[in-house]
Ligand binder design. Sequence first.
Ligand code: NAG
Ligand code: NAG
Ligand code: NAG
Length: 278
Amino acid sequence: MYTKALIISFAAIAAATPLSIRSDYTVGPFNTCSASDTAQTSCRNTTAIQDDCCIETRGGQLLLTQFWDWNPAKGPSASWTIHGLWPDRCDGTYEGYCDPSREVTGDQITEIIQKNGGHNLLRYMRRYWKDNASVDGNLWSHEYNKHATCFSSGRPECYASTNNATHPQKDVFDYFYRTVELFKGLDTYKVLKAGGIVPSKTKTYSLEEIQNAIKKAFGVTATVGCTKETGEIAEVWYHFHVKGGNVYNGEYLHIDGGKSFCPETGIKYPPKEKAEDN
Ligand SMILES: *[C@@H]1O[C@H](CO)[C@@H](O)[C@H](O)[C@H]1NC(C)=O
Ligand SMILES: *[C@@H]1O[C@H](CO)[C@@H](O)[C@H](O)[C@H]1NC(C)=O
Ligand SMILES: *[C@@H]1O[C@H](CO)[C@@H](O)[C@H](O)[C@H]1NC(C)=O
């Protein structure tokens, strides 16, 4: 009895107090932008953008994507984990691997974040940004190399005189910092739970129930992804336009998701049974 109660209360505490990262990191500084550029929103600009460092023009629709990795279980049992931050074009198409010269390995990413003082950021990433099959750095480098190299406004050229010895490759650091900050505001586990959708070995859910829970929390839908063969929920993608700044310092405006790839009913949400909760 005692042991059981203790475990339950620990789980409740662990879920209620997510790891926070230091708030004294800042993104940028960036090149100076004109007032007409900073008045614009990506994909909704009414005049041509003068400087594509100032407003995202290459992938004006941003996606913060998350995994439900239950088999093998990755990350805390009461949390989804980070997949990445992606630039889509305004019409939903996208490109990948835009600049091979900027590609980095997982070890290089770790070193860059450490040199920029991001020890707490790294700790958070190790807990919530999990590779499902290999070392976490493999997913981090895949995300950076495939997606981050395609932002118009996250290029090293967009950083004024910033890549100095104390803050090397701040553009790489900022990708991971901003992605984590966005993820912290998009707690899929909590949002689904508030709609009565919790992991279960037996219960199934409809796509409508899932979308209603997401809509209730954020006012818009998301793209929900399921495994093809077995119909388990596997991913959620949140879509945004960015207002008054670039991909790392602009304000994210939440928009509706695209077409989900899940069945209408019978969606499974299996528990993470051997999660690393400590
Ligand atoms: C928005 O900005 C892009 C990039 O400068 C430009 O190609 C496009 O024509 C602009 N849209 C409008 C409606 O001016
Ligand atoms: C890991 O995730 C990728 C991308 O979602 C998927 O294709 C792959 O099958 C997964 N591997 C395992 C071991 O679950
Ligand atoms: C190095 O760059 C950072 C921002 O990336 C800036 O805050 C700092 O002042 C710069 N240091 C020097 C010595 O220029």
